[in-house]
Write a protein that binds this ligand. Structure first.
Ligand code: 13P
Length: 249
């Protein structure tokens, strides 16, 4: 079966209101394709404005994080239920920057991913090894462990509703993109693990993205690999040339 590719921009903590609106209006004029799904994961404060600007286009809007509780006394947090109530379909979960700077644990990532599913959202769950782990030959073990935690208590049916983003930490924001072989090898491992746990059909349905210094120059070779179903794109999603990443073919 063929999986529709997903190209998700992660704006991280960038762009103030006016710049975000100007950039979104520019993207609205250049990003136009049915061949892939396109989504911008934007800061919470821009969700509403971006929904408005992208209404009627083929560009979707997502969030970059959420809390695992549906509501309650968690000052400063946002729940999956709140995102769902705004018709926000996607949410990034467990980005390495959240794991590093906000000490998000594997357990928390799992709780958030389960809560996202519960709210009817598609979690884009990030996993990836550090440079040190890769150099010491531990990449596969790290990925297996992070994945097992992230999808714990999910069903085979859930595999079609989640997205896994393989983001090697050494490739994020460094320009040091993984080779297509390195990226493919880990994405293939992730699919094998899903197959082992949930069967062939689930493994064929799950979308697995690569992220880390994706740019117009490397998008085509990465996205042409059999187990890479698109990308999670940081810096390049803030530039006009993001249109070239989307229309990579
Ligand atoms: P860069 O594309 O800037 O390397 O960032 C990748 C990333 O972290 C996307 O979530």
């Amino acid at each position: 079966m063929s999986r529709k590719k997903l190209i998700a921009g992660n704006w991280k903590m960038n762009l103030c209101a006016k710049k975000a609106e100007d950039f979104a209006n520019e993207m609205k004029g250049t990003v136009n394709t049915d061949a892939v799904d396109v989504v911008f994961c934007v800061p919470y404060v821009h969700l509403s404005a971006m929904k408005g600007i992208f209404a009627g286009t083929k560009i979707g809007v997502g969030a970059q994080n959420m809390h695992y509780a549906a509501s309650g006394a968690y000052t400063g947090e946002i729940s999956g239920e709140m995102l769902a109530s705004m018709d926000i379909p996607y949410v990034i979960i467990g980005h390495s920057e959240r794991r590093e700077y906000f000490k998000e644990s594997d357990t928390e990532v799992n709780l958030k991913a389960l809560a996202a599913l519960e709210a009817g959202l598609t979690p884009i769950i990030c996993i990836g090894e550090t440079s040190k782990q890769r150099k010491s030959g531990r990449t596969f073990n790290v990925i297996r462990k992070q994945l097992a935690f992230a999808i714990d208590e999910m069903s085979a049916d859930d595999m079609a509703k989640i997205v896994i983003a393989y983001e090697p930490i050494w490739a994020i924001g460094t320009g040091d993109v993984a080779t297509k072989e390195q990226a493919e090898e880990v994405c293939a491992l992730i699919r094998e693990e899903v197959k082992a746990g949930h069967g062939q059909a689930a493994a064929e349905k799950i979308r697995i993205l690569y992220g880390g210094s994706v740019a117009p120059e490397n998008a085509k070779e990465l996205f042409s690999m059999p187990n890479i179903d698109g990308g999670l794109v940081g810096g390049a999603s803030l530039k006009a040339s993001f249109e070239k990443v989307v229309h990579f073919e």
